[in-house]
Design a protein around this ligand. Structure first.
Ligand code: ADP
Ligand code: DP6
Ligand code: CO
Length: 361
């Protein structure tokens, strides 16, 4: 190590991903190994995303992290697992411009400071843990010059939060559950890149940005322990659905994509209800959004919009195209007019011009 008064910084930005075939249940809590495969779509990096800066300096005496401006504890568990796995793979770093030279063996004695910020609600069912841990692992890997492919990085991010492994790729992504006990084959692969089906428009209706009462981690643990439906879902239903979903994505078959997405979201929330004590992630507004979409899809004869809800009340709405997205927005604004005391407080929109199409400025 040359010199003592230096700081090396790396900043990364990672989008969140929303599962269309859900991960809900672990077979190994420490390694975070799931009971079934899952499939997601990664959102546009310009919208819902995490920005993380990692810094290393000989002046730091311990690892520290700030999340949305507040210091959080790194003791135990997931953060340590990610840090350890990345540190293990650190290599030589040379920054000639700054005159910084770090040898492979120096890393075990160096500490990092991490500052992360989500530009969307944290722990509210919009997959902040996915964007958060994917971004952390990616930024640390760059800082420490880790030479691993995205598949390997995804399996490290998985040990931070399961859904995070899918945020290392854009487009449509599958998390393969794997068979190995050590988790080495439980990783994400890209099914199709972001250009493959770019007619789709994703709208997010933020029903509540409050932190959920039951975290995904404890919710799914309770479901594994108490829901009899969960086993049936994991073993009988999801394997078939994953094959059908891959086919629908490949062929850009929106009716199949929409019916599988909606059915899987509803089944996941049915598992939550089948948990003892039952977990309610959706609320009346979520249910009302489902009814609006279902009625509209039925009236059209062919689905225009798919809905999916993660572990929270917020709706992720995937429209067939811009026209359907604009019509959807009009309908949402009709049923939940802004300022009329409804529960739907804001929209996060993939493409701002859709707002203009819908007459909102
Ligand atoms: P969500 O539905 O938002 O993913 P979870 O209950 O799965 O909610 O996870 C929330 C937790 O994820 C937070 O309490 C925090 O521990 C972690 N997390 C969220 N954002 C970040 C981030 N940017 N960096 C690291 N960890 C994060
Ligand atoms: C409903 O990945 O947040 O969003 O692995 O315990 O961190 P941990 O849980 P997390 O669970 C996500 C559950 C989900 C569905 C999904 O993203 O597949
Ligand atoms: Co999460």
């Amino acid at each position: 190590m040359v010199g003592q008064k230096w700081v090396r910084l790396v900043t990364a930005q990672t989008p969140t991903n929303i599962a269309v075939i859900k991960y809900w249940g672990k077979r190994d809590e420490t390694l975070i190994l799931p009971v079934n495969d899952s499939i997601s779509v990664t959102l546009d990096p310009n919208h819902l995303c995490t920005t993380t800066t990692v810094a290393v300096s000989p002046a730091f005496d311990r690892d520290r992290m700030w999340l949305n401006g507040k210091e959080i504890s790194l003791v135990g568990g997931r953060y340590q697992n990610c840090l350890r796995e990345i540190r293990k793979r650190a290599t030589d770093v040379e920054d000639k411009e700054k005159g910084i030279k770090i040898a492979k063996n120096d890393w075990e004695n160096l500490h990092v400071h991490i500052a992360s910020h989500n530009n969307f609600p944290t722990a509210a069912g919009l997959a902040s843990s996915a964007a958060g841990f994917a971004c952390l692992v990616f930024a640390l890997a760059k800082l420490m010059n880790v030479r691993e492919d995205e598949g390997k990085l995804s399996s490290i991010a998985r040990q931070g939060s399961g859904s995070a492994c899918r945020s290392l790729y854009g487009g449509f992504v599958k998390w393969i559950m794997g068979n190995n006990e050590d988790g080495s084959d439980s990783l994400a692969v890209q099914l199709a890149d972001e250009k493959h089906w770019d007619d789709l428009v994703i709208l997010i209706a933020v029903v509540s940005s409050r932190q959920k009462e039951t975290s995904s981690t404890s919710g799914m643990r309770e479901s594994v322990e108490t829901s009899l439906l969960l086993k049936h879902r994991a073993q009988e239903i999801v394997p078939k659905r994953v094959v059908q979903m891959e086919e629908a994505i490949k062929n850009k078959d929106f009716p199949s994509f929409a019916s599988l997405t909606c059915a899987d979201s509803n089944q996941f929330h049915a598992i939550c209800l089948d948990t003892s004590p039952p977990i309610f992630y959706m609320n009346d507004t979520s249910h009302k959004i489902i009814s609006i979409v279902e009625k509209w899809n039925r009236a059209e004869g062919t689905p225009q919009v798919a809905y999916t809800f993660d572990a929270g009340p917020n709706a992720v709405l995937i429209a067939h195209d811009r026209k359907a997205a604009s019509e959807l927005l009009k309908r949402l604004l009709f049923y939940f007019p802004p300022g009329a005391g409804t529960d739907l407080n804001s929209y996060v929109i993939g493409d701002k011009s859709i707002l203009q199409d819908a007459g909102v400025h």
